[in-house]
Ligand binder design. Structure first.
Ligand code: IFM
Length: 429
């Protein structure tokens, strides 16, 4: 197995989201979903990885691993438990955590919305109604006011396409609306929220005297391919899937360019509403009909059964860069692998793609630093570089975590590392 060097400009990091690691009884829509018995497991968000109490230990672990930048989210329902009422205690907690990571040399990248809404916002209809955008923007303002002196990198919204399709086309994620027209509305409202947040964050930080602000959003991107390579019908389905799931969303959020099925309900001007292209990439889907996504039996897979297709990372980067040529930040790339059997191989393969491209890739965030609460599947699906014993809370750096540590130290993979960590690993077949 070959070694490789990574481009100099690439920073290496790891990501999490508040609800997935913090624990505690927080009044958000996913805790409500859990109470309604809608998860696939009996686990509770109240436990998760108990990061709310163990944050210092977790940051120490990251620092020891050499993590250069940490993408995390703040929990809206903690900061604003009641509409218009802001918790000084929660804000101070996050400030302390951010200060500490910076002291240890870790650059923070702050996500403002990662799937969870406070229940007061959810009950008003969340992002389905344009009239609710103001509440989100007020929260954005409070975050910039309170964290803007410590943080310059912001992700406004995580995976609006997954949020909209899973919660509104299907019944899996809250609120389980099951109505395609709602998907359209939610994406339109969220695009407007992103555009206005982009402008607001820049405006506010400039007024605070900071000119280094970077703002973007995290688009979940998939590689799509026709099940039968020669089928023109299936190629058409691929184009429709790509457009409906990601490209029309990218154009609206990044450029204020609303094309069917999205409408420009806020009357936004065309522009460039991002400083980087945020990509979350996990898998490829084969397609016969749009929306009918398949994984072929013969392809390598993770524990979820998602195809592992490293080359797809290049495909989606090129796809997005064509739409908007800005620096690329891979905000999530990770693998569900209970026994850490092939996580080192996965990281080796994904980063090998980045070692070979001329595209301006500036960040790579492995998902996730810790095993965490995987939404519908709770504690049963493990993505972490660090193992969490949910009973005791004990953290143990996995073999893949040690590989990532050495990879960061060398800014690449040596042949010796490839031999020690990667050569014996195999994906599920
Ligand atoms: O855990 C999630 C994360 O919250 C959003 N992106 C995909 C991850 C793995 O499913």
């Amino acid at each position: 197995m070959k070694g490789y060097r990574l481009p100099k400009r690439l920073m290496l990091g790891a990501a999490t989201a508040a609800a997935q690691i913090e624990g505690g009884d927080v009044n958000h829509n996913w805790r409500d979903w859990e109470r309604k018995g809608r998860l696939h497991v009996k686990d509770s968000f109240t436990r998760a990885a108990d990061h709310w109490n163990r944050w210092k230990e977790d940051i120490d672990i990251m620092a020891a691993m050499g993590i250069e930048t940490y993408r995390f989210s703040v929990e809206w329902a903690r900061i604003e438990p009641v509409a218009g009422v802001f918790s000084r205690e929660a804000i101070e907690h996050y400030r302390e955590e951010i200060r500490y990571m910076k002291e240890l040399g870790i650059r923070p990248c702050l996500t403002l919305h990662h799937f969870t809404n406070p229940m007061w916002f959810e009950r008003r209809g969340g992002f389905l109604y344009p009239r609710n955008a103001g509440a989100f923007l007020r929260f954005v303002g409070v975050c910039v006011q309170n964290f803007g002196d410590l943080v310059s990198d912001f992700v406004t919204i995580n995976e609006p396409n997954v949020y909209a399709y899973m919660g509104y086309a299907g019944q899996d994620f809250p609120p389980g609306d099951n109505n395609l027209l709602s998907v359209q509305r939610v994406l339109e409202v969220m695009a407007g929220c992103h555009i206005r947040a982009y402008e607001k964050i820049h405006r506010m930080r400039e007024a605070m005297g900071f000119y280094d602000t970077k703002v973007g959003f995290a688009l979940h991107m998939r590689a799509f391919a026709p099940l039968s390579p020669m089928s023109r019908f299936e190629s058409g389905s691929v184009n429709l899937s790509r457009w409906g799931f990601q490209d029309c969303v990218a154009r609206a959020f990044l450029l204020g360019e609303f094309r069917l099925p999205l409408r420009n309900i806020g009357g936004f001007k065309r522009g460039v509403y991002c400083d980087f292209l945020g990509i979350n990439y996990y898998t490829r889907n084969h397609v016969i009909l749009p929306g009918n996504d398949l994984t072929r039996a013969q392809d390598p897979k993770n524990d979820y059964g998602w195809e592992i297709y490293p080359q797809g990372l290049l495909d989606v980067m090129q796809e997005l860069y064509k739409i908007c040529p800005k620096p690329i930040w891979i905000l999530e790339s990770g693998v569900c692998d209970e026994n850490d059997d092939f996580r080192s191989l996965f990281i080796y393969d994904q980063l090998s793609v980045l070692s070979q491209t001329d595209l301006p890739v500036e960040r790579y965030y492995y998902w996730s630093i810790l095993d965490n609460f995987e939404w519908l599947d709770g504690e049963s699906k493990r993505f972490g570089l660090v193992h969490v014993d949910y009973e005791t809370g004990e953290r143990t750096v996995k073999k893949s975590g040690q590989f990532y540590r050495e990879l960061i130290e060398n800014h690449g993979v040596t042949e010796d590392m490839a031999l020690r960590y990667v050569s014996g690993e195999k994906y599920h077949q």
